[in-house]
Design a binder for this molecule. Structure first.
Ligand code: ADP
Ligand code: MG
Length: 403
């Protein structure tokens, strides 16, 4: 008998989720709901902080919040996932000075960044529930929390800036207030997602285009069950290595301020001047940017074989040149590659653990799930989770769901 698959948390009905939020909130007047999705990056890894291109989709693993506005200038929020209530006041919000990070800092930081951007705030009581795994899976639960917070905190009477602008405000909250040095991708995808599509984001211009995901394909996210250990220190090292590459290349080439400005020929001309490790990091970024554009073109023309080759090349480059994969991620990709109907498979996110992203022909999702659930634990001793997800719209208010 095969092991029964782990049910997708997203399968819980929206009415049931809304009811449990309301039961906890017990609003004295009308409550509103906001939702914000997590994201998975299809391709374009470690390109965002190099001002390049990424191709994420917002997914239906989401944070939901039930919100009751109140007159107090502050917030009281309960996370059902953590069974914790935390509060803060708008007065005196400032980055720094906290000994440790609490989850409420993502919300307080968003309030701080919105106020810094000149947006009026409203106080609220709220309860949130989330189906985005929090334990280091890398599906951007933090960005979803921030984007949900932007909707809960915004004065509904005030004009709302564009989704890219709100994403930049949330990114500032995470960078400057929480103290996490993330790029713009996570907040952007959660803010601006389009159902059924991915987003081609230009991380320099802070602009995006909708990029169609070919009909007949599902997105399947496989969590390796290994947390992203080392991820933040190695992430910072990679960022410095890229900066070192830019500084050396810019000595000889005009107009280079980020790896975004470096093409293959330029890298080849300068390669001998770069330390070997730096050269490999730069090669990954330059080629990965090109793979993002190639993937968008291949998806548009329905060339699934090419999409599969690009996914495989991206994974190999992250493993061999950028050195941010792990034995668990490699095993997950190898297992998926052997399942008929899997079009492409690669690690996604910063690396060192977390998830793989798979594009899978309709009907092959369960075969992939079964193979992962049987082969992966045997190979790694780790417990995987498999999520068949849909690309959804970005964060926003919801009509109150009814049972
Ligand atoms: P991710 O890749 O999921 O964004 P991060 O480490 O960036 O991982 O952010 C995870 C943090 O976001 C958690 O440690 C917690 O502070 C906060 N968070 C995410 N989801 C929730 C939730 N449902 N309730 C409370 N806090 C949450
Ligand atoms: Mg995060």
């Amino acid at each position: 008998m095969t092991q029964s698959p782990t049910p997708d948390p997203a399968s819980r009905s929206s009415a049931a989720r809304a009811a449990s939020l309301l039961a906890r909130l017990k609003p004295s007047g009308p409550a509103t709901f906001v939702r914000a999705p997590g994201r998975v990056n299809l391709i374009g890894e470690h390109t965002d902080y190099n001002q390049g291109f990424v191709l994420p989709a917002a997914i239906d693993l989401e944070i939901w919040m039930a919100v009751e506005a109140w007159d107090k200038p502050g917030v009281e929020l309960t996370s059902l996932n953590l069974d914790e209530t935390r509060s803060f006041e708008f007065d005196g919000l400032a980055p720094g000075g906290r000994e440790s990070t609490s989850w409420i800092d993502y919300v307080a930081g968003t309030a701080w960044a919105m106020r810094e951007a000149g947006l009026p705030l409203r106080g609220f009581r709220g309860v949130l529930d989330s189906t985005i795994p929090m334990g280091g899976s890398g599906l951007s639960s933090s960005a979803a929390l921030e984007m949900a917070a932007t909707w809960a905190l915004a004065d509904p009477a005030a004009p709302r800036p564009s989704a890219p602008r709100m994403a930049a405000i949330a990114q500032r909250a995470e960078n400057a207030y929480v103290g996490v040095n993330c790029g713009i991708m996570d907040q952007f995808a959660s803010a601006a997602g389009k159902a059924g599509n991915s987003l081609l984001i230009d991380c320099r211009a802070n602009e995006f285009q909708v990029a169609v995901i070919p009909a007949g394909l599902s997105i399947v996210v496989c969590d390796t069950g290994s947390p992203r250990r080392l991820s933040s220190s190695e992430y910072n090292t990679r960022r410095s290595e890229c900066e070192a590459g830019v500084a050396l290349i810019a000595e000889r080439e005009k107009g280079v301020t980020a790896l975004r400005d470096v093409d293959r020929a330029m890298l080849a001309r300068n390669r001998a001047r770069l330390p070997e490790v730096v050269a490999r990091r730069c090669e990954h970024v330059v080629e990965e940017d090109a793979r993002v554009a190639a993937t968008v073109a291949a998806m548009a023309s329905g060339d699934l074989a090419e999409v599969g080759r690009l996914f495989a090349a991206s994974h190999a480059s992250l493993r061999d040149l950028y050195e941010v994969s792990s034995p668990a991620l490699d095993a997950m990709v190898e297992i998926a590659a052997g399942v008929p109907g899997v079009v492409g498979s690669r690690m996604t996110g910063a690396g060192f653990g977390g998830c793989t992203v798979n594009l899978v022909r309709f009907g092959a999702e369960e075969a992939l799930r079964e193979r992962v659930l049987s082969d992966y634990p045997a190979r790694t001793g780790l417990k995987p989770r498999v999520f068949v997800v849909a690309a959804v719209d970005g964060a926003g208010p919801m009509a109150t769901p009814t049972a």
